[in-house]
Design a protein around this ligand. Structure first.
Ligand SMILES: NC(=O)c1ccc[n+]([C@@H]2O[C@H](COP(=O)([O-])OP(=O)(O)OC[C@H]3O[C@@H](n4cnc5c(N)ncnc54)[C@H](O)[C@@H]3O)[C@@H](O)[C@H]2O)c1
Length: 337
């Protein structure tokens, strides 16, 4: 495929450097609360507003977070409503529709899409230049749905995508190889879900291609270990939920890092998703690749070089996301029963 390097956009943040960065987090549950805490620490001075369908929950989270951030010298998290989203620079969506799959229940993806429509319709007129960060699941499908609803530039609607999966992979590789995570440049790409893949052929450790690194350092990472790592990435969320009913610190940290890259216009390279014009022959699909994130959103600087197996797996992953995205687009949203 042929890709154009997206020009760096001048976002709302660049135009309004003098005022506080405003981040609105819609969904003040476990993920929203964790994201708010880490964003408050990562972006001192940011104005962070928690909005929730249950106002009392947002207020309780903000109260707890005020006590947490006080130790760090910040006083930046508050509860609000949609009116507080006016001129927001970043809108993070962490609301959970809370519908379990089952024969007598409505399609949970349709319900989540409808929830997202309501949120976007409330926020978009107030924050026309915001960059959106979608973490609610299924995040890639919902980001594609949000882009269609917003009708804005594709760079401005970011799915957290495989940022969490990549963090999980790097944590495992770090332990296995005895190298700190910042020296591990390895990405999980594709869907945030079971069809994602590890881009092994592009992995670097301490600036050295992984295969060379293993040979020269005398380390071992055979096919069985790699397969186990992939399964561990896929199963990590399930394991967390079995033990503590949720997974939220990891994704909260990823959200904060994405917000920091937008707020500081820092051109960080992060594994997130936008709706790409084409990925391995699949058109208009939201899957993760290593993206440059700055005040204008997320841009693909260069399509990754992958081997044939990886390209095939990425194509399958892209098809899975595209199928669900098209299904949601084709059917009118259902009401929650
Ligand atoms: N992308 C990822 O990697 C990742 C990882 C973990 C969780 N998640 C997703 O994040 C979402 C939130 O998870 P959680 O554990 O925080 O759930 P949670 O139940 O703790 O919180 C969800 C919150 O959303 C609120 N809410 C529901 N509908 C709303 C609406 N229309 N407007 C505003 N608020 C609304 C609820 O009142 C609740 O406070 C879920 O969709 C979950 O699957 C994503």
């Amino acid at each position: 495929m042929k890709l154009m390097h997206a020009p760096r956009r001048r976002g709302a943040l660049e135009k309004r450097k003098m005022r506080q960065v405003r981040i609105v987090i819609v969904g003040a549950g476990l993920v929203g609360g964790s994201a708010a805490l880490l964003a408050a620490v990562a972006i001192p001075g940011a104005d962070i507003i928690l909005v929730d369908a249950e106002r009392v929950r947002a207020q309780a989270q903000a109260l707890d977070l005020a006590h947490a951030t006080a130790s760090w010298g910040h006083d930046s998290v508050r509860a609000g409503d949609y009116e507080d989203a006016r001129d927001a620079d970043i809108v993070v969506i962490t609301a959970g529709a809370g519908v379990k799959p089952g024969p007598s229940r409505p399609d949970p993806v349709q319900v989540s899409a409808r929830m997202l429509d309501d949120i976007i319709d409330s926020v978009a007129p107030l924050a026309p230049e915001a960059v959106y960060v979608i973490a609610s699941n299924p995040c890639d499908v919902l980001a594609a749905h949000a882009l269609r609803r917003l009708g804005c530039a594709r760079e401005r609607v970011i799915s957290t995508g495989t940022s969490l999966d990549t963090a999980r992979l790097r944590a495992m590789l770090s332990k296995r190889l005895g190298v700190a995570t910042p020296a591990i440049d390895a990405f999980v790409v594709g869907e945030h879900g079971d069809s994602s893949l590890i881009h092994w052929s592009g992995a670097l450790v301490a600036g050295v291609p992984l295969e060379d690194y293993l040979e020269r350092s005398g380390s071992e990472l055979g096919p069985a270990s790699r397969g186990l790592m992939m399964r561990s990435v896929h199963d990590a969320g399930r394991l967390s939920r079995e033990g503590k009913s949720a997974t939220h610190y990891g994704i909260g940290s990823c959200i904060a890092r994405i917000c920091q890259a937008i707020a500081h216009n820092s051109n960080l390279v992060l594994p997130v998703a936008v709706v790409h014009a084409e990925v391995e022959g699949v058109r208009d699909v939201c899957v993760s690749l290593p993206m440059v994130v700055n005040a204008g959103g997320a841009h693909l600087p260069a399509y990754p070089t992958m081997d044939a197996d990886e390209r095939e797996a990425l194509q399958q992953s892209a098809r899975m996301v595209k199928d669900v995205t098209d299904r949601i687009a084709a059917r009118p949203a259902e009401k929650v029963a």
